[in-house]
Every structure is written in C-alpha cells, then in structure tokens.
Design a protein around this ligand. Structure first.
Ligand SMILES: NC(=O)c1ccc[n+]([C@@H]2O[C@H](COP(=O)([O-])OP(=O)(O)OC[C@H]3O[C@@H](n4cnc5c(N)ncnc54)[C@H](OP(=O)(O)O)[C@@H]3O)[C@@H](O)[C@H]2O)c1
Length: 248
C-alpha cells in the first residue's frame, strides 16, 4: 500500500453483495476495509479474500449503532487518517413478514428498525466519514438502493408492496440527492444504484443474477473520475450493457 492507494469502506461486507463489491474493489488495487456487525463472520470473509492474495483489512461495524460507528470512525482516523470510498451496502428486508402485505397492517416497530438500518445508518456513517474524505478533497459514496424505490413506479403491481423496505430505500434515494447537493463544492461524488435482483440471502435462489454481477455498478460509481455523476440514481450495468440512470 502506498500513500496514493485508495481506501474503501464497505458496510455489511461479510456476505452477499457487500462481499462481492469488496472483492471486486480489491481486485483493482483498492485497499478495502471489510466491516460487519458480527466479528467472526467478518474475519472469515477477510481470511477468504486474503487467501486470494487480496489486500484487505477488517473492523467491526454495526451500522445501526451510534457507538459502533463512533468507534469505527476513530479507528479509521488513527489507522489511515482518511477514507476515499464509502459503499453503504448493509441492509435488512422484512418483506417476508405477513404484516408487510399492507400498509394498513405494517408494524411501526418493524418500519422503525428497517429505517434505522437502511436509512439512518447511511446518514450516520456519511456524517462520520465525510470529514475523512474532505482531508484530501476526494470521495466517492455509493448508496445501495433498489429500483423498487423509484417513485415513478412505486405503485406498480410488478413488485411486492414491501412497505418498510421500499420506503426505507426511498429515504436512501432522498438522502443521496440532499447529501450530494451539500457537497457540490467538494470532489465528493454521491450516487445511488439498484443492483437488481440477486441470488443472496436477501434475494433468494430464484433471482436471475449473482452478487458479482450486482457489484459491477458499485465499482463503476466507486471509481468515477473527478467531475463525474453527482446525486444520480443508476441501474445495474450488466442489464443494459453500460451505466444507465433511473428516474427517482
Ligand atoms: N438481493 C437483492 O436482490 C437486492 C436487490 C436490491 C437491493 N439490494 C440491496 O443490496 C444490499 C445488500 O443486500 P444482499 O442481497 O447482499 O443482502 P444479504 O445477503 O441479506 O446481506 C445483508 C448484509 O447487511 C448486513 N447488515 C444488516 N444489518 C446490519 C447492521 N446493523 N450492521 C452491519 N451490517 C448489517 C448483513 O450482516 P449479517 O450477516 O450480520 O446479517 C449482511 O452482511 C442491501 O442494501 C439490499 O437492500 C439487494
């Protein structure tokens, strides 16, 4: 690792999409800090990638906890003094619960827990890590969303209603635009994307795409050139053969 090496933080990188994004970023020479809320799972993921000869580090990070984010930020500051790339990937999806079949039955506790992990965590971590990006006036923030959160199609019957999950990702999209607006004078580019339906624990076996395929757009957004897209919503690259913007 040299002074020029880019440092990336990927939340929820012990499995699924976060692991695939971490692997791909490491393969192109970025130093990835894997994070997870369960230390054993995270260290296992680190061992697997190190075993492939990839340069990764690991630290505990529960995105739903203020204390955990504060501890992690202090460690990052002491260890690297900066961060270049943040991928807000960690998420939960309570859609399988029967109460989620209607907004009239959805439990507010479920919605609050989903918002804490999926939305407030993005704000919590962005607030903590953006100062470490400003150190070098360089940053790329990738917020993992879903096309199910596009307000232009939210009433379509094509997707399950999934109120807690979808509304939380609407919140992620809103945060993306507003944080990008606040950073318009900085070289810190903030974008959201939909990785598509993937074969992960969340997506299930019937999904058409792998987490590796879903990771492609994250890598594109994490490595945007200066002056690149800011405050936009992208679809998965492999579906369209290139970066395509979605309607909010
Ligand atoms: N799968 C799909 O088809 C699909 C489609 C569109 C968007 N997405 C989005 O893609 C992202 C990754 O999903 P996935 O399919 O990879 O799901 P997954 O296999 O269920 O993985 C979710 C990851 O998030 C972590 N996580 C959850 N709560 C956390 C917390 N409080 N702190 C730290 N980590 C936490 C999990 O950790 P544990 O192992 O500890 O639970 C796990 O590493 C999510 O934002 C999801 O909404 C997925």
């Amino acid at each position: 690792m040299t002074n020029q090496t880019k440092i990336a933080v990927v939340t929820g990188s012990n499995r699924g999409l976060g692991y695939a994004i971490s692997r791909k970023l490491s393969q192109i020479g970025i130093h990835v800090v894997l994070t997870s809320r369960n230390e054993t799972d995270g260290l296992t993921a680190k061992q697997q990638l190190s075993g492939e000869g990839l340069d990764v580090n690991y630290h505990l990070l529960d995105v739903a906890s203020d204390t955990s984010v504060a501890d992690f930020t202090q460690w990052l500051q002491q260890t690297y003094g900066k961060v270049d790339i943040l991928v807000n990937n960690a998420g939960i999806n309570p859609t399988a619960k029967s109460e989620e079949a209607s907004l009239l039955t959805v439990q507010l506790e479920t919605m609050q827990a989903t918002f804490n992990t999926n939305v407030l965590a993005v704000l919590r971590i962005s607030q903590a890590l953006i100062p470490l990006m400003k150190v070098n006036n360089y940053g790329r923030i990738v917020n993992v969303s879903t096309e199910m959160a596009s307000l232009s199609t939210i009433t379509s019957d094509y997707y399950p209603l999934a109120p807690s999950y979808r509304l939380s990702k609407v919140g992620v999209n809103g945060l993306t635009v507003l944080i990008a607006k606040e950073l318009h004078d900085d070289n810190i580019l903030v974008n959201a994307y939909s990785p598509g339906w993937m074969k992960t624990d969340m997506g299930g076996e019937n999904a058409p795409f792998t987490a590796e395929e879903g990771a492609e757009t994250a890598v594109y957004l994490a490595t945007l050139p200066d002056g690149g897209a800011q405050g936009k919503f992208f679809a998965e690259i492999r579906k369209f053969g290139g970066p395509i913007q979605l309607q909010w």
